[in-house]
Each structure stands twice: as structure tokens, then as C-alpha cells.
Design a protein around this ligand. Structure first.
Ligand code: MSP
Length: 512
């Protein structure tokens, strides 16, 4: 079985500092990467910044900086955010790096040699903010200004010499790809959008620009720079040392398992990218997942709307793991979601502090007082104990399937249920009334400790820092976490000394 797994975030435009939408894409990918690692996969998790194009050139000019100098500064803030979000990315790629230039120019040459690219003239609408071309019927006039219907971004009329990629030739092959791989684009509603777009007919795509210079040069014509999306998408290959396809990284990780993206950039990933790859005789990725947006109020965050949510503010106030937990549990994955302070506080208070944190505290405090800080004997587990412990092995395959289908919400629901069940078990078993029955007392505490271990293991991808604190009760280190151990009801060795634990989550007292 192939035990490698390649997952990517989009590469972010360093046109302004990162916001909650960017943090969301990254946290989600980190969640999947961590899960697959503990499942036993060799995971390659890639993120980075998308630094070319007119959008960045203009942002740099506005800030009176040279483009590269500007990108260096802002890309750094994205890199810092990866640390703050505790991302476990294996690489951070910048499209201004040499390795990427090499890879993009090679791909261009290949496409040109194969007759997939030709020189002509583009005349039509272009949105610099989206770095996208729009057809007449995709544009509308609002207050006398032409904007793209899908994004609301201002479009400009553009007429210039341009190279074109023969996208129209790939319509049939793309439809076949979607048909043969029904889960290539998820969620299904987004797949349907893409299929009807492709069915409606594909026009050749302009893939170079002549009127500005901030980009990767067309190798055969120095007057043109390569369209920023052809440049950017190739990052997924550059990080695997493409153009070499005979190297360890490429062989292990291509095709990518999942490109995780926001719904606004679906067309680039689900139509253009597989078409470029098929035209270059390279296999397309296995899956494109288009998640929803994190809204600020009812709207998408944007600099021009002035409604940016800053992830750092929330992290400073409530802690990283609380934010991660909230985003993964409360947003219905695939749909839009928003950050409500009330719901965030309720997650912290009910789920993290009252449910998970409290379970750890009360079991350990009780164990310390009554049995010493040692894992008790497990030779008399009864049916009550086993039924609860067995929930995990009975649902083991379901949990893996949830992750493989990017069904975050079912995964989270399972954990929340188990936290509830474990607390209820401890209450119902009333260990404080069993002090005269040492065998039963041992079994209750043993079972409770096992439940803490299993739940903490499942929480590792969600709230890694807190999960590690909890697993430290049993001396389990990060590189020792293995998903399959949740199937084992007697993993903990009787007699093992256990560590106490500090309060994991403090309750938040709401202002009102
Ligand atoms: N540079 C391109 C991606 C190139 S990938 C080869 C880009 N960059 S972006 O910075 O504008 O957006 C990056 C990602 O952040 C996209 O997936 C986008 O959907 C996501 N988000 C931007 N705002 C968002 C929200 N408000 N909510 C959730 N995600 C959003 O597009």
C-alpha cells in the first residue's frame, strides 16, 4: 500500500498581511496532515506565497517598495503565521525562488514544444484583484463600475499581445477526468458547478502578459511574463524538484492527494491546472477540495471592505488551540462560516474546559488521592468498561473514512460524543463510592485513563499543543502517537507512573 500523502494549501498572495481566511485554509490542512501522520503515512505538507503578477506589483508600488523587497517583508509574516498557528508544514515555497522559476520555465517550454501554446492577442476583461480573465457574461455594471459577478472585483478592459494555452482542446478530456473520478472535486455541489462550466465550452486561455514585468519571463520571448496562475499552480510541482520526475520527492508524492483551496479559486485548480498537467503528460492531482469562506459578519473579508479579522488578536485573547478547535468544529466544512465570539466562548467553556479539561483533571485528582499516581490493574474490566472502550475500535475505520472524505464535522462529532460519554461514565460509575471494592475501583480508573488517552490521540490533529499535554500524563511524545493504538483497550501498562497535568483550558468569563 502506498503510505505517502501529499497535501497543500493554496499559496497566499503577499499583497497584505495574512487574515483569518488564510489561517483557516492552513489550519484545515494542518489538521489533515497531522491525522495522516499518526495514521502512519509519510506526509508532505506544503504551503507558501504566490509573489508575481500585477496585483503584487501594484501593491508594492503603493507601498513605495521594489516588488521583491515588498514580497520579502510580507512573505515573512506568512511564514511567521505558520509558526504561530503551529503548522506542521514540511516546506514553505515562494514563487520568487530559483527552484520555482526553473520548474515553471521548463513546463512552459514543454507545453510550447507540444504545440499547446500559441501567440495571438487578448481583448477582454481582467480583474487584477482576482488575477482572472472574465467573459462578457461574467461581468456586470454596479454604480457605473464594471465588476466580476462572481467576486465583485473591479475589472479592466485589456487588449494586448498574449500567448494562449489551447484549453478548448481539453474540454472532453477534463469531462472524462471528472466522470472517471467522481470525487476529484469535492464537495459535490462545487463539482457540479465546474462540470457545467466545462460543458458550456472552454475558450483558450491567455497565459502571458506583456504590459508589466513582475513575473517569470516566457523563456522564448523576453517581452512576455507568464500568467501568474500558470506560474503559481506549478508551485505544487516545484516543491517536489520538478522538472526532475526521477527523484525521490516526485516519485513519492506526485500526484498530490489533496489540493485544499477556497471556493473562489476552484476554476483555476479544477479546470486550468489539470488541463496544463494533462497537456504536459503529467498526472493530475487526486483531489481538489473547495472549502467555504470565513465571513466577517455576512461578508467575505477583504482589505477594501475594511472587515478583516486578525487571527493574532483571537489567538492572543483565547489561545491557539481554542481557535483551531472552533474553526474545525463549528464551521460546517465546505460551507461558509463565521467567527462568533459567543460561540467561541461556548466552545472553550463547554467542550474544552468542562468536558475535556475537566475529565483529565477529575480522573487524575481522584487517581492521585486514591490509587497513587500509577496506572491501576486492568484484569477485571467489565462489560460497562468494555462497551465504552470499544467505541473506538468499532469506529476506527469510520474515522479514517471521514478524513479521507474530508468530512471534518463527523470526525469532530465523534470526539465530542466520546468526551461526553467518558464524563458520563465517570459520573455513573461513582468511583468515590467504590473505595471498598479495589478491583472495581481499579477498573473504573483504568478505563477512564484509557479514555483520556484515546480521546487525546484523536484530538492531536485538532489541538496539538493541548493533546500533547494530556498525552504527557502517559509519557507519550509527539513522534510516538499512533492512531492504531486507539483500537487497543489495554494499551496502558499497569503500574506505569503517570504525570499530573496543569489546567488545560481556563473558562472564559463573558463580558456581558
Ligand atoms: N494566490 C492565490 C492562490 C494560488 S494557489 C496556486 C490566492 N491567494 S489568496 O491569498 O487570495 O487566497 C488564498 C486562499 O485563502 C484561497 O483559498 C482563498 O479562498 C482563501 N481565503 C481568502 N479569504 C478567505 C476567507 N475569508 N475565508 C476562507 N478562505 C479565504 O488566491
Amino acid at each position: 500500500m502506498n503510505k505517502n500523502y501529499y497535501i497543500t494549501t493554496p499559496i497566499y498572495y503577499p499583497s497584505a498581511k495574512p487574515h483569518m481566511g488564510h489561517a483557516y485554509s492552513s489550519i484545515v490542512v494542518d489538521f489533515f496532515a497531522r491525522f495522516k501522520r499518526i495514521e502512519g503515512y509519510k506526509v508532505f505538507f506544503l504551503t507558501g506565497t504566490d509573489e508575481h503578477g500585477l496585483k503584487i506589483q501594484r501593491a508594492a508600488e503603493k507601498n513605495k517598495k521594489k516588488p521583491l523587497e515588498f514580497c520579502d517583508e510580507i512573505s515573512k509574516t506568512f511564514k511567521e503565521l505558520s509558526k504561530i498557528l503551529n503548522l506542521s508544514n514540511n516546506d514553505f515555497i515562494r514563487t520568487t525562488e530559483k527552484r520555482h522559476h526553473k520548474s515553471v520555465q521548463y513546463l512552459w517550454n514543454l507545453l510550447e514544444k507540444k504545440g499547446e501554446i500559441y501567440l495571438s492577442k487578448y481583448s477582454g476583461w481582467y480583474s487584477v484583484s482576482d488575477e482572472a480573465f472574465y467573459l462578457d457574461n461574467e461581468v456586470e455594471t454596479i454604480d457605473g463600475i464594471k465588476v466580476a459577478k462572481s467576486s465583485g472585483s473591479v475589472v479592466e478592459w485589456l487588449e494586448e499581445e498574449s500567448y494562449f494555452f489551447k484549453l478548448s482542446n481539453w474540454q472532453k478530456k477534463l469531462l472524462e477526468l471528472y466522470e472517471k473520478n467522481p470525487n476529484f472535486i469535492l464537495p459535490i455541489s462545487r463539482k457540479n458547478e465546474v462540470v457545467s462550466f466545462v460543458k458550456s465550452g472552454l475558450k483558450d486561455l491567455s497565459v502571458s502578459r506583456k504590459s508589466f514585468s513582475w513575473g517569470i519571463q516566457v523563456p522564448t520571448n523576453k517581452e512576455h511574463v507568464i500568467y501568474v496562475w500558470l506560474d503559481a499552480l506549478t508551485n505544487y510541482l516545484s516543491a517536489l524538484n520538478y522538472p526532475s520526475t526521477d527523484n525521490e520527492m516526485y516519485k513519492k508524492y506526485w500526484p498530490a492527494d489533496v489540493h485544499m483551496i477556497g471556493k473562489d479559486i476552484l476554476r483555476f485548480h479544477a479546470v486550468y491546472w489539470p488541463a496544463f498537467l494533462l497537456a504536459a503528460d503529467l498526472p493530475p492531482p487526486k483531489r481538489i477540495y473547495g472549502h467555504g469562506w470565513i465571513l466577517s459578519g455576512e461578508e467575505k473579508m477583504s482589505k477594501s471592505k475594511g472587515n478583516i479579522l486578525d487571527p493574532l488578536e483571537i489567538i492572543n485573547e483565547y489561545g491557539l488551540d481554542s481557535l483551531r478547535y472552533y474553526l474545525l468544529k463549528e464551521v460546517s466544512f465546505g460551507n461558509d462560516g463565521n467567527i462568533s465570539q459567543d460561540k467561541l466562548i461556548s466552545c472553550i467553556n463547554s467542550d474544552l474546559a468542562n468536558n475535556f479539561g475537566n475529565l483529565c483533571q477529575r480522573v487524575l485528582t481522584f487517581a492521585e488521592k486514591n490509587l497513587g499516581l500509577k496506572v491501576p490493574k486492568n484484569d477485571s474490566l467489565n462489560n460497562d468498561d468494555l462497551v465504552i472502550l470499544n467505541n473506538f475500535n468499532e469506529n476506527y475505520q469510520n474515522l479514517i473514512d471521514y478524513i479521507n472524505n474530508q468530512n471534518i464535522n463527523s470526525y469532530m462529532n465523534f470526539i465530542v460524543d466520546q468526551m461526553f460519554v467518558a464524563n458520563k461514565y465517570f459520573n455513573d460509575q461513582e468511583p468515590w463510592n467504590k473505595k471498598n471494592d479495589i478491583k472495581r475501583l481499579n477498573s473504573i480508573i483504568y478505563t477512564s485513563l484509557e479514555l483520556i488517552r484515546k480521546i487525546s490521540t484523536l484530538l492531536y490533529p485538532v489541538i496539538p499543543q493541548s493533546s500533547l499535554k494530556a498525552l504527557n500524563i502517559f509519557h507519550i511524545k509527539e513522534n510516538e502517537i499512533e492512531l492504531k493504538t486507539i483500537k487497543n483497550n489495554t494499551f496502558l501498562k499497569s503500574g506505569l507512573a503517570i504525570n499530573k497535568i496543569d489546567i488545560l483550558f481556563n473558562k472564559v468569563i463573558s463580558d456581558d
